[in-house]
Design a protein around this ligand. Structure first.
Ligand SMILES: O=C(O)C(=O)C[C@]1(C(=O)O)C=C[C@@H](O)C=C1
Length: 362
């Protein structure tokens, strides 16, 4: 009998050896993270140890080093989880999001903070802002924009009345599925979903479920919860929500646009230092005079600052008065943006820096 090893067990032995090394290195990394924490001070809470600018820097180095075969997104996800566990050694961060469990907001929380953070499902976007302001949550994650549907007005309007700061952004590819209790499309008489999701799947619904009643509810996870108790109903929700609520998936990727992506904001109570690739969000209200918007925008051009987006909303200060949400490249502590902003400040009714934060990672 040949004494050559079975090729499967040979590769598995190599994998076991690599796993041993990875595990030792992860344990050593966790020890170093403890040392860093000691330098920052003993007995602080998780929020005092958290450094989003450093995390973004670490993850950008991961992307730069990545030569495959795993994608940048996968590599970033793995390292994010390692940092999440390193940070949670004392006490996990508490993150508020639009619940219940299984929403895309929860997926955004996990993408940005990893699974060692403690997720706090809340009833509404307003509640996420309130819980962060009250200190019951360290940070909150709220949807702000969808690639096909545009801005989420509730989120923008919350910045008009709250002191929340933006500490980060997360981009999430959103894949919608149709789930139901029976698993039969022919049984579906009504479809529950969040209004945004109904919009995102309009064409699929028209072609595959013509004439079926579409009912907008607070979240997709709520839709899945309702469909669990009704054999003639289906819910549009992510894959995870379908599983959590014990439903069968009737169709996957039913969104009309293949690149359907939602951008979320991480909200907190303070500003963080530059990470090297940042974005700044400003809230500006202008006086009613000719060229008011020109006075806001021209200093950006003059100081070489790129404008990423501008969105207007009725201001809460009076009829026909508008607030502008402006996103620009750079950090507020960096020279050219600082100069542009101080020039704008002298010509507008009000200007508030909502936050400077690392640009979203893959
Ligand atoms: O470098 C730090 O400041 C750390 O605390 C270490 C570390 C990490 O694991 O790399 C952990 C948590 C912080 O949010 C950032 C980075």
């Amino acid at each position: 009998m040949s004494d050559s090893k079975n090729p499967l067990s040979e590769v598995r032995e190599r994998i076991d050896s690599i796993d041993r090394q990875i595990q030792e290195l992860i344990a050593e990394r966790a020890m170093r993270a403890r040392e860093v924490a000691k330098v920052k001070g003993e007995g602080l809470s998780a929020i005092d140890y958290y450094r989003p600018e450093r995390e973004a820097h670490v993850l950008r180095m991961v992307v730069d080093r990545n030569k495959g075969p795993l994608s940048d997104t996968e590599m970033v996800r793995l390292f994010r989880e390692i940092m999440s566990s390193c940070l949670a050694q004392e006490d996990p961060l508490k993150i508020g999001y639009l619940g219940p469990e299984g929403t895309f907001s929860e997926q955004a929380v996990r993408k940005h903070f990893g699974h060692a953070a403690y997720g706090l499902p809340l009833g509404s976007i307003e509640e996420v802002f309130q819980e962060v302001a009250a200190g019951h949550a360290d940070f909150g994650v709220v949807p702000v924009e969808n690639s096909g549907q545009g801005m989420i007005q509730v989120t923008l309007d919350m910045f008009l009345t709250s002191d929340a700061r933006i500490c980060g952004e997360v981009e999430l590819r959103v894949h919608q599925c149709l789930h139901a209790l029976t698993g039969q499309l022919a049984d579906v008489r009504r479809v529950y979903a969040h209004a945004q999701s109904l919009q995102q799947c309009k064409t699929w619904l028209r072609l595959n479920l013509p004439g079926v009643e579409c009912i907008a509810v607070g979240s997709n996870a709520e839709a899945a919860r309702l469909a669990r108790h009704d054999e003639s109903a289906a819910a549009i929700a992510g894959e995870i929500a379908g599983k959590i609520y014990g439903l069968k998936t009737l169709a996957t990727a039913i969104e009309d646009r293949a690149d359907n992506t939602t951008r979320f904001l991480v909200i907190g109570r303070s500003l963080f230092p530059p990470s090297g690739n940042d974005r700044t969000s400003l809230l500006v209200t202008v006086n009613d005079k000719p060229g008011a918007l020109y006075d806001v925008l021209s200093p950006f051009a003059k100081h070489g600052v790129s404008l990423n987006r501008i969105e207007s909303r009725p201001a809460h200060t009076g009829k026909w008065q508008y607030a502008f949400f402006i996103d620009v490249s750079g950090h507020i502590h960096e020279g050219n943006l600082k100069e542009a902003v101080s020039e704008i400040e002298s010509s507008v009714a009000s200007l508030r820096v909502l936050g400077s934060y690392p640009v979203a990672l893959p």
